[in-house]
Design a protein around this ligand. Sequence first.
Ligand SMILES: Cc1cc2nc3c(=O)[nH]c(=O)nc-3n(C[C@H](O)[C@H](O)[C@H](O)COP(=O)(O)O)c2cc1C
Length: 236
Amino acid sequence: MQDKPNGLPTTQPNGEKLKSIIEVALDRRATMNFARGPVPDEYLDAILLLAGQAPSGYNLQPWRFVVVREEQNRRRLQKVAFKQPKVAEAPVVIICLGMKEEWKARADEIFGEGAERGGLQTESWEQARDGALNFITNFQSMPVWVTRHAMIAVTYLMLVAEAYGFDTAPMEGFDPAGVKAEFDIPDEAEVVALLAIGRAAEPDKKYTGRFSLDRVVYAERYGEPWHQVGQNQATG
Ligand SMILES: Cc1cc2nc3c(=O)[nH]c(=O)nc-3n(C[C@H](O)[C@H](O)[C@H](O)COP(=O)(O)O)c2cc1C
């Protein structure tokens, strides 16, 4: 496996500073329409490398990404994504997969190297590997397990792209069987999302609001109200 990436771009392509994590969370919209113009290769690599830093159970990293940039391929993808215009408009659309089998073949490498790098707190990495395989295959629903992990990586993709000044659109509107057939994706894969990356055509989608904390957060036990402190309530 690789060490942490270095030499990543430290500004947006236009030289502006990266967005802060707060700006990223507040600015990101699921863009409906994209303008023309590429995502430069070094930025696309940086977005993918940083998404790869996402956490996963036992560091098994069961996500895989098919990066679709050729126009004819985006049009093929659009056909199996309910003709959503953004699939053809955005310069990059990533097919985000969770692999239900393939990760098992990499378990030795992950546990062995994890131990070598001093990151495993057990005496034998083989025992740790066997425990993990047993837990995942016997106690987890595999579609849920791969989706859980792949979506964290998709979220990293979105947020890193936003920090670099790009716009994104996550999509669940596609036919998984059609996507698999068009792009030679193995049967065992769960197609968890499509993610378009590019620049929004102006104006970007409007903010549509969020629940207040008292409607989605509980204190200590389900149903117990959470009392928000401070004056940071959103206005407008
Ligand atoms: C997993 C996921 C799947 C989505 N699928 C679609 C989609 O197929 N088409 C679409 O137009 N928007 C899709 N959206 C965008 C949502 O509609 C959007 O995130 C939501 O309305 C909130 O808007 P905002 O992200 O701009 O704040 C999806 C969002 C997520 C997180």
